[in-house]
Structures are given as structure tokens and as C-alpha cells.
Design a protein. Structure first.
Length: 261
């Protein structure tokens, strides 16, 4: 049966009536921003600095460059010089950076937990090395090394630390122990605990050591009174108090040399 002309559409007519689908253009992603260019000195800087250290050692390097070498170990890429300068601005010098409390280190921009831990491990290794030069050795023959050990471990501390060097009857250093940690200008010392520990170690003599974070090693009245109290306690049990050293930032005071003992 043929359709009527009214109901039939030519191909051209059907195409004109059918809706036209217009393809929408695909969205184009914006170009990724290029990373900022590093300063010219960064290119090859790590290799150059490592080469200088290998040739000349640490002595000619300023503090910030030595810190850079340490920071290279954790911060594998990028410029670490600003971080090294921030550390020195916060803590003044290289030694104070290493001796700073770990929580304070982590507050410095660019210093995370891993870097802070690395810095404290370096400090601990330094202390262990200096202790190894005096432990199990006669104090008389290693006195300069003993003073250097005390400087390394105590002169840059932000708070007072009280330590005791225990000697045997031949004046050989048998133990080096921290007995108390305090504040910026005070550390609690308990003569009873000092004597008890000396007896536990079978020590025959002691050297007391503490630091003054202010940098001035001049003994205070409290320092003198505490030393006299410990000396009297030592005499009661037959232990000799050889000396009491106060460590400042660049020098130290010996109670024996100054006539307090």
C-alpha cells in the first residue's frame, strides 16, 4: 500500500527536520605551572661543596656550609642554604645548633623530625668520641683532653647540667655521668645521691662539673656552698673531691686553682 504524498518525506526533507547534533569541544586542561627556577649557584653547588670538604676538610668552611653538608643527607634536592642560615639565626653558632633541644629544632622552618634526629645523632656521636679520649685513662695525663670533653659536651647548653667524673684510686676515670639537668641558672644537686653513686662505683675520688649557660663561669655563692657541702660528705666516707669545674662559653673556672678547694 502506497503512502500518500502528504505523509511521505524526501530524504532532503527528513534531513532538514531531524535535529542536528553539534559536537562540543573537549575541555583543554590548563598548562601545568613550571617550577620556579633555582638560583644559578644551586646548579652543581652540592658537588662543589663536597669537593671542597674532601680537599680541605671542615676547618676552612664557615658554619653555614658545614650545616649545608649535613642537611644534604636528608634533603636530597633543592637549596638548603636558607635552612642552614635559619638554624644559625635561631641558635647563634654551629655547636648550639647541635646541642639545641630536638623540639626547638623542629620549630625551625625546613627542619622536620628526621633532620632534627640526624642533628642530635651527630651531637651524640661527637660526645661519645670526646668521652672515649678520657675514659679509662689517668686524669693527670689526659687533663687537657678532659677539659676539651667538658667544653664539647657542656659549653653550648641552654640549661645547666651537673655531671660527675668518678675516679679510682689511681685517678683513672672510671665513669662520666650526668647527675642532674636544670634551668638556665639552676640545677638541683643532692649530696646524698652523689655519695651513693660514688660508693656504688667504688670510686675513690670525684671531679664535679657544671656549666653556666650565661657564658660567665664565675662561681656563684650557691655554687660555693654546694661544693663545700659535697666536700664534707666526701670526707665522711673517705672519698677525695679533686676539683669542681664550671664551664663557660669560651673558658672555665677550676675551684682548686682559684683556692676554693
Amino acid at each position: 500500500m502506497k503512502r500518500s504524498r502528504a505523509t511521505q518525506l524526501s530524504l532532503f526533507e527528513a534531513a532538514a527536520v531531524a535535529p542536528v547534533q553539534i559536537a562540543q569541544p573537549k575541555p583543554v586542561a590548563p598548562p601545568k605551572p613550571k617550577p620556579p627556577k633555582q638560583p644559578n649557584y644551586v646548579a652543581g653547588h652540592r658537588e662543589r661543596l663536597r669537593a671542597r670538604f674532601l680537599v680541605g676538610g671542615a676547618e676552612p668552611l664557615p658554619d653555614y656550609e658545614l650545616l649545608e653538608l649535613l642537611l644534604f643527607r636528608c634533603l636530597k634536592n633543592g637549596d638548603v642554604k636558607p635552612t642552614a642560615h635559619r638554624l644559625l639565626e635561631e641558635f647563634d653558632d654551629f655547636n648550639r645548633v647541635l646541642s639545641a633541644p630536638i623540639e626547638r629544632l623542629k620549630k625551625v622552618k625546613g627542619i622536620g623530625p628526621e633532620i632534627a634526629l640526624d642533628l642530635k645523632l651527630i651531637e651524640a656521636a661527637t660526645h661519645r668520641m670526646s668521652q672515649g679520649k678520657v675514659l679509662k685513662r689517668p686524669v693527670i695525663s689526659s687533663w687537657n683532653a678532659l677539659l676539651e670533653h667538658c667544653r664539647v659536651t657542656m659549653s653550648h647548653r641552654e640549661t645547666e647540667i651537673f655531671r660527675i667524673l668518678f675516679l679510682d684510686r689511681k685517678n683513672v676515670l672510671i665513669a662520666d655521668e650526668i647527675q642532674g639537668k636544670g634551668t638556665v641558672d639552676h640545677v638541683p644537686v643532692y649530696p646524698r645521691e652523689v655519695i651513693k653513686r660514688a660508693l656504688d662505683l667504688n670510686a675513690s675520688a670525684l671531679i664535679l662539673v657544671h656549666n653556666h649557660p650565661s657564658g660567665d663561669p664565675t662561681p656563684s655563692t650557691a655554687d660555693i656552698d654546694m661544693t663545700e657541702t659535697i666536700q664534707r660528705a666526701c670526707e665522711l666516707v673517705g672519698i677525695t673531691l679533686h676539683d669542681h669545674l664550671i664551664i663557660g662559653k669560651s673558658t672555665e673556672v677550676s675551684f682548686k686553682s682559684e683556692g676554693y678547694l
